[in-house]
Design a protein around this ligand. Structure first.
Ligand SMILES: [Zn+2]
Length: 421
C-alpha cells in the first residue's frame, strides 16, 4: 500500500490570505459578530453597556481591547443566570443540535451549522487525507471531544471508528484488523497503546498501520512526539482548542507553533488587565471565535502562549501560537514579575544533575520571598544557576538543595504560600 502525501496543501483559501486581506477578513467577521451578539445575546448587551462599548464605533482591530475579557470560570456562574444559558446564547436550547456538559459544570452548546467546532482545516494541516480510517479515542459521553472530531474527519472523506477511551486490547485489535491509518486522542494514551502492543510482542511498524496522529488535550513534549513518530513510523501533530469554542489552533507539517484557526481572532493579553501584549510576549490566550450562536467575545482561556508572525514554510499566513507554555493559574507574580513554570524549566534544563524542582513563594512581613528547591546529589553549580535564573527571570531566588525524592510526587511547580491580610 502506498503512503499518502501528508506534507503539502491547504484546505481552504482563507488559510493563505495575504496580510491586508487577512486584516480585512478579521474586521468584517468581528464587526458582524459584535453587532449580532449585541442585538441577540442578553449577556453581551449587558457587558457592552456596562463597559460603555458602542458596537457602531468598532473600526479597528485594536478597538476590541475596550471590551472587558470574559474569564472561562465566569461561565459557570453566568450560565446559571436564566434562560438561553444566562443570555449567553442567541437562540433557544431547543434549536441546537447538541448540548454537552464539561467540568465546572459548564454547558457547551453545539449548533446545527456545518463544521460547527471548526476542526476541518486543522485535521487537514495535521496530515489527515481522504480515505483514512481514523480511530477516535476521546470520550463520546457528555463532553464534546469525541463527537467534535467526527464531523471534520467526515468532511475530509475519512471514515471514523468511534472507539472512545479505554479497552486497550480492543483498541489494538481494531487498529490491526481494520488497518487504521489515523489516531485521534491524547499523546499519553497512544504511548500507553504502544507499550501494551510491544508487551504483546507486536511490531508497531509491521503489525499496525498508523501513518498520522492528531493529539490534543494535554501537553505534548518533543521527546514524546519523536518517540511515538519513530515507533510507528508516522507523523504526529497537535491541535489546541476548548470545549467552549472548539478549534483555536493547530500545527502544520512544519510544526513551528500552532497556526491560529481561521474561524477565530486571537489576542495574547496580560492575565490581570486583559490588555493585549506585544508579539513575542507571553500572556493569556484570549479568543473570539466567529460564532453567532454562542458569542463568547474575548474569552480568556487560562492558557499561556505568545504570538509568532514570522512566515511559515507551509504558506499559511495565520499567526502562530508559539506553543502552549502553561496555565495562568500555575503562574505567580513575584515582586511584580510574572514567573512562568516553563521559563524556570528552561533554566533548569541546562543542569542535568537536577532531577526535580519547586519554587516556594512566601511573604514574611509583606515582602515577597522566593525559594527554589532543587533535588540533586552533590550539586556544585549553585552560583551559575542563580546567575542564569536572574538573567532569564529577573529575580534571584534563595537556593535550597534537597536529596532526590525529598519533594512530594506530582509537585506543583510554583507553591504560593503568601498570606494577604
Ligand atoms: Zn505552517
Amino acid at each position: 500500500m502506498t503512503r499518502k502525501d501528508r506534507t503539502e496543501g491547504i484546505f481552504s483559501r482563507r488559510e493563505v490570505l495575504d496580510e491586508s486581506e487577512r486584516k480585512q477578513y478579521y474586521l468584517i467577521q468581528l464587526k458582524e459578530l459584535l453587532r449580532y451578539a449585541y442585538r441577540y445575546s442578553e449577556d453581551v448587551k449587558k457587558r457592552f453597556d456596562r463597559a460603555q462599548f458602542d458596537v457602531n464605533k468598532f473600526r479597528e482591530l485594536s478597538d476590541l481591547k475596550h471590551i472587558p475579557i470574559l474569564k472561562k470560570k465566569e461561565l459557570i456562574f453566568l450560565q446559571s443566570m436564566g434562560p438561553r444559558l444566562g443570555g449567553l446564547l442567541t437562540k433557544d436550547l431547543g434549536e441546537l443540535r447538541r448540548i454537552f456538559m464539561s467540568p465546572g459544570p459548564i454547558f457547551d452548546p453545539e449548533d446545527r451549522s456545518d463544521d460547527y467546532w471548526g476542526w476541518t482545516e486543522a485535521f487537514y494541516a495535521s496530515g489527515f487525507r481522504s480515505g483514512d480510517i481514523a480511530q477516535i479515542t476521546f470520550n463520546y459521553h457528555m463532553a464534546p471531544a469525541g463527537l467534535m472530531f467526527e464531523e471534520p474527519l467526515r468532511n475530509l472523506g475519512c471514515s471514523v471508528v468511534p472507539a472512545g477511551p479505554g479497552s486497550t486490547n480492543t483498541q489494538l485489535e481494531i487498529m490491526q484488523k481494520l488497518r487504521v491509518s489515523g489516531y485521534v486522542g491524547t499523546p499519553s494514551y497512544l504511548m500507553h497503546l504502544a507499550q501494551k502492543a510491544e508487551e504483546a510482542g507486536h511490531n508497531l511498524r509491521k503489525d499496525l498501520f498508523l501513518e498520522v496522529a492528531f493529539v490534543t488535550g494535554e501537553k505534548l513534549s518533543e521527546k514524546m512526539r519523536s518517540t511515538l513518530e519513530k515507533k510507528f513510523d508516522m507523523i504526529m501533530r497537535q491541535g489546541y482548542g476548548t470545549a467552549d469554542v472548539g478549534c483555536i489552533g493547530y500545527e502544520c507539517f512544519h510544526r513551528e507553533g500552532l497556526h491560529v484557526a481561521n474561524r477565530a481572532f486571537v489576542e495574547i493579553c496580560h492575565p490581570d488587565t486583559g490588555i493585549p501584549l506585544k508579539d513575542g510576549e507571553v500572556g493569556e490566550i484570549v479568543v473570539t471565535a466567529f460564532n453567532k450562536t454562542y458569542p463568547l467575545i474575548r474569552l480568556a482561556t487560562g492558557d499561556l502562549a505568545y504570538i509568532d508572525r514570522t512566515p511559515c514554510p507551509c504558506g499559511r499566513t495565520s499567526p502562530r501560537l508559539g506553543g502552549i507554555v502553561g496555565r495562568v493559574d500555575t503562574t505567580a507574580r513575584i515582586k511584580g514579575m510574572f514567573v512562568y513554570p516553563h521559563q524556570v524549566e528552561q533554566v533548569i534544563s541546562k543542569f542535568d544533575e537536577i532531577k526535580r524542582w519547586q519554587i516556594e513563594v512566601t511573604n514574611p512581613g509583606g515582602i515577597d520571598e522566593m525559594t527554589l528547591y532543587v533535588e540533586a546529589t552533590d550539586f556544585q553549580r549553585g552560583d551559575e544557576l542563580q546567575h542564569m535564573f536572574r538573567e532569564r527571570i529577573k529575580l534571584r531566588p534563595t537556593l535550597k538543595v534537597l536529596a532526590p525524592g525529598a519533594l512530594p510526587p506530582n509537585v506543583k511547580p510554583i507553591e504560593d504560600k503568601r498570606k494577604w491580610d
